[in-house]
Design a protein around this ligand. Structure first.
Ligand code: ATP
Length: 780
């Protein structure tokens, strides 16, 4: 069998539960040829290219690329294939950084990358390397994308609609350059395009190179001289071409070009329809056969004939014969389709030997050990992650400032006890002047009729600092609560003062009527449970203080301590009075790192959706290296976030960790790694960013809310409480973090030790998930 750069036989492929996209596909592309693939939108061109690159596997059939199995030898082939995907697929970095990233991934040195950048910048008319791709137009972006595909001077160049959105003049330049690669390096090019005429011109470019060679000669540009060490060779017409192998002398170069030029046979275009190649021929032959100078007319006729064939169920062979002179499926992949050549062909063995020579430069590159290569790839990917952060300062600022803002907000804005909540008051006893009651208890004296006002004053000025609004009836006060105008309605009975005094005087003999008249009715809006509980406890506290005030300032002879609840809180354990801020701040560390670490999944999913991940993989990166690089870059972000939280807590508000700071760091990191790994797992399962985000948010909410951060887990039904404690990756870390922060506990306490176990168990589980997903994706 003739050696071919690409050979597809009996290729079938369908996406899950869909129509077959490739149906018994045959295709053969010889070495050093440009092959134009044409066909209507959705006929399977991109799918075919992905199969050739080993990005997806055929369901059945076989593909060989550069004499190797496309799937099994994917990794070896990667450095020999240059790919320009249909989408732009470029990271939002500067042009130079993108080249350096892809160049170093493909094993080029910095100097080599620099030379290629200069070379490609001339050919593709690229912008200043320091410009960010975010500022480029569609056409400029495609040029950069094409340059990335050409960086490594690949043996096989796969271009998916490379010239879409590029101006006609530059298109010609691009085709000239690609033609030059074919002539000088023997690059094989497979190109898809919707521009039929362009395909015709592109694939015939090799002929023009031959003409140039015979009628004049080739002038080499400066970089070419720099690389090859040889000067001009018979110069009449300047042509930009890629150089031959390094260290060649002039004679070798001439020989090299002689071989390249003489190896060219007539070019081909393949026309695909509904997952099959319905025609393959030289464009000139096709135009001649159909008696038209326009290739689009040929395409239309072929489509019509293929349709008719389908409708009439004419047998496959005769239809194909009618449609074109394409003979692969019938002749068993013979190469007799090629028209006679207009110039000398070398013998087969000579051809193969020369091909080996051409790529000797790559074979000579010293092989790095696997571990060094692994480290190198991870280093390049991690550097790219940092650069991406640096080039998107708004995202970086959000990630670093948000935790700091949150700490400040907890301290100064929302971490305090609620104040100023509105209570609707109906005081049957006496109007307290719209709440502006300035009377002291000492002034009350025997004036029994205004004790209700004294209690209201305590509500207004005591710990709750309630905002009281007076109503003329109980109904209107209640209506205020029902319409959301107040959180509760307080109704003071008409004989409140007298009856409360009777309580003191008659003690256990107090009549029922006085008990009723001294009882304040409070009706609460129960929709906001936290607020409601707070209001209830504040009203009770206000009442106790009111009673103590009455006893202290009047002639009622009761020991004021009798009016207190018979408890002393925290005297021995911790005299420090804990605030809500101290409750929420440790939880804030865990929650912040847990939430923000979802960014790793979002970044990965964005890469996937924009095609940059596929491009990196095509440049020789492995998924495991991508994951590791994200773990490194995002974990260092988490360290910065936690550091910033602690620094701000300490510097601004003097609130430090009583226990071991390292323990807190590790606990926060573990929580963040759980989200990170789960988010990346979601990103590797789902193809769309939206699906990944929804999944991550679902996970974060389902873990974040019932974690004890906002509401105690003791409130959970006793039968299910263990689930919330032990299955939620952040519940126990949250409990332990509070202990380390506020009580100074360390690893000596079981609660702290156990808190490390749940995230670790989750990580083991997620690792299994990665294995399963990796296996499934490999099978696909
Ligand atoms: N990942 C995928 N999952 C499911 N279906 C897919 C996927 N990718 C492509 N397809 C379907 O496969 C068919 C062929 O798609 P493909 O991208 O190969 O076409 P194409 O010939 O390259 O089209 P175009 O010229 O518009 O780029 C289309 O119907 C498309 O919807």
């Amino acid at each position: 069998m003739t050696p071919c750069a690409v050979r597809v036989s009996n290729g079938c492929k369908s996406y899950s539960a869909g129509e077959p996209v490739l149906k018994d596909m045959f295709m053969q592309v010889e070495h050093g040829k440009i092959y134009g693939l044409l066909g209507e939108s959705g006929c399977g061109k991109t799918t075919l290219l992905k199969c050739i690159m080993g990005q997806i596997a055929l369901d059945s059939g076989h593909i060989s690329v550069l004499e190797r199995d496309a799937c099994r030898s994917r990794e070896e082939l990667l450095t020999s294939i240059g790919h320009m995907p249909q989408e732009v697929a470029l990271y939002p970095l500067r042009i130079r950084e993108i080249f350096e990233y892809f160049g170093t991934l493909q094993g080029l040195s910095k100097i080599e990358v620099g030379v290629r950048i200069r070379e490609l910048s001339t050919v593709l008319n690229l912008e200043d390397g320091n410009l960010s791709v975010k500022t480029l137009s569609g056409g400029q972006l495609r040029r950069v994308s094409l340059a990335v595909a050409l960086l490594n001077r690949p043996r096989l160049l796969i271009l998916d609609e490379p010239t879409t959105g590029i101006d006609p003049l530059l298109r010609l330049g691009i085709w000239d350059y690609i033609g030059g690669l074919v002539v000088t390096l023997g690059t094989t090019v497979i190109v898809t395009t919707h521009y039929a005429e362009e395909a015709r011109k592109s694939v015939t470019i090799s002929d023009s190179m031959v003409e140039i060679y015979y009628c004049g000669g080739i002038r080499f540009s400066w970089w070419w001289r720099y690389f090859s060490g040889c000067g001009y060779i018979c110069t009449t017409k300047p042509v930009t071409i890629a150089p031959p192998p390094r260290k060649s002398n002039t004679a070798a170069v001439l020989d090299f070009y002689h071989f390249r030029l003489s190896h060219i046979s007539l070019p081909l275009i393949g026309i695909m329809r509904r997952g099959r190649l319905i025609c393959e021929d030289n464009p000139n032959n096709l135009l001649e056969s159909y008696g038209t100078p326009i290739l689009e007319v040929v395409l239309k006729s072929l489509a019509r004939m293929d349709e008719e064939k389908k409708l009439q169920s004419i047998d496959n062979h005769s239809t194909l014969a009618k449609i074109s002179r394409y003979k692969y499926p019938l002749a068993g992949l013979e190469s007799d389709k090629c028209s006679p050549l207009s110039f000398r062909f070398k013998e087969k063995d000579e051809t193969e030997a020369s091909l080996e020579n051409i790529f000797i430069e790559k074979a000579e590159t010293p092989k790095k050990s696997k571990i060094v290569e692994e480290f190198e790839k991870v280093r390049i990917l991690t550097k790219r992650n940092y650069l991406l952060h640096l080039r998107t300062p708004e995202v970086l600022a959000t990630f670093l400032l948000l935790p700091v803002i949150q700490v400040i907000a907890i301290f100064y804005i929302f971490g305090r006890d609620p104040v100023g909540m509105r209570l609707a008051v109906y005081n049957q006893e006496r109007n307290c002047f719209g709440g502006k009651n300035n009377m002291n208890y000492s002034l009350l004296g025997d004036n029994w009729t205004i004790w209700g006002c004294a209690f209201l004053k305590e509500l207004e000025e005591g710990a709750g600092k309630f905002n009281l609004k007076y109503y003329r009836s109980g109904t209107s006060a209640l209506a205020a609560v029902e319409t959301g105008g107040a959180i509760g309605a307080v109704e003071i009975p008409a004989n409140f003062t007298v009856s409360t005094r009777h309580r003191f005087v008659f003690d256990r003999f107090t009549p029922e009527i006085d008990l009723r008249q001294s009882t304040i009715k409070v009706r609460m809006d129960m929709t906001n449970t936290i607020n409601t509980n707070f209001v209830i406890s504040m009203i009770q506290l206000s009442y106790m203080r009111f009673l103590q005030g009455i006893v202290n300032e009047t002639r009622i002879e009761i020991n004021p301590n009798l009016l207190k609840l018979p408890f002393t809180f925290n005297r021995k354990l911790d005299p420090h009075e804990f605030t809500f801020q101290e409750y929420i701040l440790p939880a804030n560390v865990i929650l912040t790192t847990f939430f923000l670490s979802m960014s790793a999944g979002i970044f990965l999913s964005t890469e996937k959706e924009q095609g940059t991940l596929a491009r990196s993989l095509a440049a020789g990166v492995k998924m495991r290296q991508v994951y590791i690089s994200y773990f490194i870059s995002e974990t260092s972000m988490t360290i910065l976030q936690v550091g910033a939280i602690f620094a701000v807590q300490f510097a601004l508000v003097g609130y430090g960790v009583r226990g071991n700071l390292g323990t807190c760091f590790v606990m926060a990191l573990l929580s963040s790694v759980v989200t990170m790994s789960l988010a990346m797992l979601a990103a590797s399962i789902f193809s769309k960013l939206r699906e990944t985000i929804v999944t991550i948010i679902f996970f974060i909410l389902i873990c974040g809310i019932p974690s004890g951060s906002f509401w105690p887990l003791e409130a959970v039904n006793a039968h299910f409480r263990w689930m919330f404690y032990y299955l939620n990756p952040i519940s126990l870390p949250m409990v332990a973090m509070r202990r380390v922060f506020n009580n100074g506990w360390g690893l000596g306490h079981l609660v702290v030790r156990v808190a490390f176990l749940t995230p670790i168990a989750w990580l083991v589980l997620i690792s299994c998930g990665y294995c399963v997903v990796g296996r499934i994706q490999r099978v696909k």
